[in-house]
Design a protein around this ligand. Structure first.
Ligand code: HEC
Ligand code: HEC
Ligand code: HEC
Ligand code: HEC
Ligand code: HEC
Ligand code: HEC
Ligand code: HEC
Ligand code: HEC
Length: 433
């Protein structure tokens, strides 16, 4: 199965866009490089005659101050271009003789950033993030069709509302699940997601988006500790100790290893370093669905692997990277064997009525869940992103601990039953899919 990517149009648009951005940057960029190499921006709206700006200097001084320092303000993008809409636009508010929205959506950014919007929409940062919590059953027709067309979205085992979200209820999920998963929420104007989850308004600063702390808003904690893993990796140590000297404002697509001597999350998953292109499709370089209980290969994984390795090869040699991928694949398959065993024990106990049909009502339900959801995932993430403490003590070790508990529970509650034989994992298909 080949992914139906919009990469070609995206590439063309990106090239045109970058060309435009470079021209605009030369003409307008109001930046002066300080002695430390950092860019100090001036507020280009100080003398602006724009009516929104003039009044909002008092109404919301912080917004005008921040937006005035952005490269978009310097390129003459006005408040109106993001906020003013037709009277019948979803969520339009009558305001000072016109209509505004208070939270511009990707449909509005799209008028200038076609590629970024399309790429994000086909990734798990789009609708799949929302569906993971809410299920797909209540999506409007156009959003459902969009969701079903996302290749990366398909492996979610269950498209109904998530059990834990249902137990917690709306009073909590606004502050829990959705605080992160709204990154892909369906918007009433037909678009999906919130760009401002990573591009904090109103500076829309590249440095802010590129720093790993931005991803830390969500990629943290027991079930997806990518930030903690990064912190203990050699890449993260380079960032923590040397990052202040890096060239955070380099134009998109122009970064070299001189700007970034070690990679950040954005370098590996978004950024154009050297020969690697820019993308907002975070699935574009991944070979496994690591978050799944038992990981399977992604559609088009071999091409994805080449794209990720293009990043690695800016700094490492091919033998090093090939050896690393072979070892990390084997470690992933090892974790798969254990999560398969956990699932087989669960299935037999459920069939025998030892586990109730009700989710998360028995303490053992939590051990069965943590086994793959926390520790199996964490072990795999640690392997792939160089975090040994997470592969080991917060990963494989905790997994074995829960597996021992589940096995004991099985032996106690299924007297005389033979523990299920776990099948050998299917061999990885040849890299042609
Ligand atoms: C005469 C002053 C004035 C002008 C002109 C003005 N605003 Fe406002 N605007 C305000 C004030 C005051 C508020 C805050 C209202 C509040 O706190 O409830 C506001 C609120 C807003 C909000 C939030 C609306 C909400 O209900 O959440 C947006 C968005 C906004 N303005 C955008 C604009 C844009 C874009 C323009 C130019 C087309 C503009 N404003 C022109 C004074 C103004
Ligand atoms: C590039 C698009 C863009 C431009 C240009 C822009 N905004 Fe916004 N604005 C946003 C986004 C996105 C949000 C929503 C932030 C959120 O949901 O957290 C927002 C939110 C707001 C809000 C409501 C949120 C709050 O904290 O009160 C106001 C008021 C506002 N903008 C005013 C302005 C004014 C005034 C200007 C011009 C000086 C401006 N914006 C320029 C994208 C933009
Ligand atoms: C009217 C056109 C227009 C709209 C609408 C627009 N942008 Fe932009 N944006 C631009 C231009 C032009 C630049 C290039 C500025 C530069 O690099 O000089 C830019 C640059 C950016 C950058 C990179 C900033 C940098 O320093 O290089 C980000 C991030 C961004 N936009 C996000 C958004 C988001 C998010 C929205 C919607 C909420 C949005 N834009 C809406 C025109 C627009
Ligand atoms: C701190 C932010 C955060 C919170 C809070 C959060 N999640 Fe997540 N969730 C994530 C991230 C990040 C991933 C991606 C994991 C990966 O791919 O490594 C994820 C992955 C998932 C997945 C697996 C992906 C899929 O599409 O099947 C499900 C299901 C899920 N979350 C459901 C929930 C539910 C339900 C809640 C609330 C009970 C919740 N999450 C709370 C950040 C969060
Ligand atoms: C998950 C975080 C994240 C989200 C969500 C996100 N971006 Fe970005 N964006 C980034 C990062 C990281 C970069 C810097 C890439 C690099 O190193 O050049 C970036 C860069 C950009 C740029 C500069 C040019 C480019 O393509 O690199 C634009 C324009 C932009 N984003 C627009 C958007 C728009 C529009 C949306 C919403 C549809 C959006 N972004 C959503 C993380 C995000
Ligand atoms: C507001 C929360 C949030 C932020 C900020 C965020 N992410 Fe995510 N990310 C998610 C969620 C939620 C998922 C899982 C979506 C799902 O359930 O399908 C995810 C998934 C991913 C994936 C896996 C995609 C796949 O196909 O499985 C990658 C890679 C990723 N994010 C990278 C990043 C990077 C890099 C940044 C910072 C530049 C970032 N994210 C910022 C919430 C976030
Ligand atoms: C050196 C490059 C590199 C850096 C830096 C990096 N990652 Fe990764 N990331 C990878 C690789 C490689 C994989 C596994 C790819 C595969 O499946 O083939 C991965 C996997 C992931 C996944 C798992 C997606 C899934 O299948 O569940 C997420 C989410 C993620 N990274 C987010 C992040 C975040 C957030 C950061 C920063 C805190 C980060 N990454 C830093 C290379 C990197
Ligand atoms: C911008 C340069 C750069 C990129 C890109 C990069 N790395 Fe690294 N990597 C480094 C540096 C610097 C070190 C630290 C070497 C040392 O320990 O002296 C390192 C170390 C490593 C290590 C050694 C870990 C250990 O514990 O000793 C591994 C494995 C690794 N990188 C894998 C990758 C993979 C896989 C990719 C691509 C997904 C990648 N790197 C991309 C610069 C980079």
């Amino acid at each position: 199965m080949q992914k139906q990517r919009v990469l070609i149009t995206a590439a063309v648009v990106t090239v045109v866009f970058i060309g435009l951005a470079v021209v605009l940057a030369v003409i307008f960029r109001p930046a002066a490089t300080t002695e430390t190499g950092r860019v100090a921006r001036v507020n280009v709206l100080t003398d602006s005659a724009n009516t929104c700006v003039q009044c909002h200097r008092n109404a919301t001084a912080g917004i005008v101050e921040q937006y005035g320092r952005s490269t978009m303000a310097a390129a003459n993008v006005s408040c109106e271009q993001c906020h003013v809409v037709a009277a019948n636009y979803p969520n339009a508010i009558e305001h000072e003789g016109t209509y505004v929205v208070n939270s511009p959506t990707p449909a509005i950014c799209q008028s200038c950033h076609v590629a970024e919007v399309a790429q994000m929409a086909q990734s798990r940062h789009g609708l799949p993030a929302y569906v993971a919590v809410a299920g797909s059953q209540d999506l409007p027709e156009n959003h459902l069709a969009q969701y079903l067309s996302i290749t990366e979205g398909q492996p979610s085992p269950d498209k109904s509302r998530h059990d834990i979200a249902a137990i917690e209820g709306d009073v909590l999920t606004r502050f829990t699940c959705y605080a992160c998963h709204d990154i892909g929420r369906p918007n009433e104007d037909g678009s999906a997601g919130e760009c401002q989850k990573c591009h904090l308004r109103h500076e829309f600063s590249l440095e802010q988006a590129r720093r790993p702390e931005t991803c830390n808003a969500c990629h943290i904690g027991p079930d997806h500790p990518q930030f903690e893993i990064y912190q203990e990796s050699p890449h993260g140590i380079a960032y923590a100790t040397m990052g202040d000297t890096w060239n955070w404002d380099v134009d998109p697509g122009m970064a070299t290893v001189k700007d970034f001597p070690a990679p950040t999350c954005a370098t590996c998953h978004f950024g154009g370093l050297g020969a690697a292109g820019l993308t907002h499709d975070v699935g574009d370089r991944l070979t496994w669905f690591l978050f799944m209980p038992t990981s399977v290969r992604r559609p088009g994984w071999a091409e994805n692997m080449v794209r990720m390795q293009t990043v690695c090869l800016e700094c490492h040699n091919l033998n090093f990277i090939n050896e690393f991928y072979t070892a990390a694949d084997a470690a992933t398959e090892r974790v798969n064997e254990w999560t398969d065993e956990g699932e087989a024990l669960r299935a037999e106990m459920a069939a025998a009525g030892v586990l109730t049909a009700e989710p998360f009502d028995q303490p053992i339900d939590f051990a069965i869940f943590n086994l793959w959801h926390h520790w199996g995932r964490t072990a795999k993430f640690g392997v792939w992103m160089q975090g040994p403490d997470y592969s080991q003590w917060h990963g494989a070790y905790e997994l074995l601990n829960d597996l021992a508990e589940v096995r004991e529970y099985y032996n106690e509650h299924m007297p005389g039953a033979e523990p299920p034989a776990v099948e050998e994992p299917a061999p990885t298909p040849a890299p042609s899919s």
